[in-house]
Design a protein around this ligand. Structure first.
Ligand code: NI
Length: 236
């Protein structure tokens, strides 16, 4: 079942018909329900009361809400990880970054899982298991959805920036690192995040060019980096 979902035989948002699955997989209802529960725990499927079980498929609003929390929580995980930094942590993160750089051109499920592993490693090494648990709960469906729909590609530079932050060689604030990282792929609007831009200032929306970052987002950035996001958007 897991393979069918990851391989795309079952599509995001598709309803899982227990009768059909039980027939096709040749298993009875009880083990099938157990398997579905396990997949739900992993974030691969979502069950909705009185509607059934569905392959995970997040809407835009849900993704924005998750990312608004990731900016705050993953920034804290980055800072904690930097505090607890050891050569062993450095080696493991570097190995993953290099692997990602090797495969980053391929939009594969493998790439998506490497990226996920990299983020999870940082959460784990924050040394705060509550923080790790919350991040796992909120972000896992996002990484799964990503793996299923548009595998992670070409964001390797940003993972190296995260790595450099942990090594203590990056001048950006943790929030700015996360904001840069998430903006690469997602819209961060001010509806759910005080770090977000108002919809009319979103980089991928045609119209007025972005001239300034919002006040709040600016106040969180070191002085010399304040115009960075804007410059970055112009470049893209
Ligand atoms: Ni990432």
């Amino acid at each position: 079942l897991r393979e069918a979902i990851v391989a795309g035989t079952l599509n995001p948002g598709e309803r899982l018909d227990e009768d059909r699955l039980s027939r096709e997989l040749g298993v009875s209802r009880t083990p099938l329900r157990e398997a579905l529960q396990e997949l739900e725990h992993e974030g691969l499927v979502i069950s909705r009361p009185r509607q059934g079980t569905f392959v995970v498929d997040l809407g835009d609003e849900e993704i924005q809400k998750i990312n608004s929390l990731r900016i705050v929580l993953e920034a804290e995980a980055l800072r904690l990880c930097r505090k607890k930094f050891t050569p062993q942590i450095e080696r493991k993160l570097l190995t993953l970054v290099e692997k990602m750089e090797e495969v980053c051109e391929q939009a594969s499920v493998e790439t998506a899982f490497l990226v996920w592993e990299f983020h999870k490693m940082i959460w784990r090494w924050s040394g705060n298991d509550c923080l790790e648990r919350v991040l796992n709960t909120i972000a896992t469906p996002l990484f799964i959805a990503r793996a299923l729909q548009h595998p992670h590609t070409s964001s390797t530079r940003h993972h190296r920036t995260m790595m450099e932050f942990i090594q203590g060689t990056c001048q950006q604030s943790a929030e700015e690192v996360m904001l840069d990282h998430l903006r690469l792929r997602y819209t961060i609007s001010d509806e759910f995040s005080t770090f977000g831009l108002a919809p009319q200032n979103q980089p991928n929306v045609p119209g007025e060019p972005v001239t300034t970052a919002p006040e709040h987002a600016q106040s969180n950035l070191p002085a010399d980096r304040k115009q960075r996001n804007v410059v970055e958007q112009d470049r893209r």
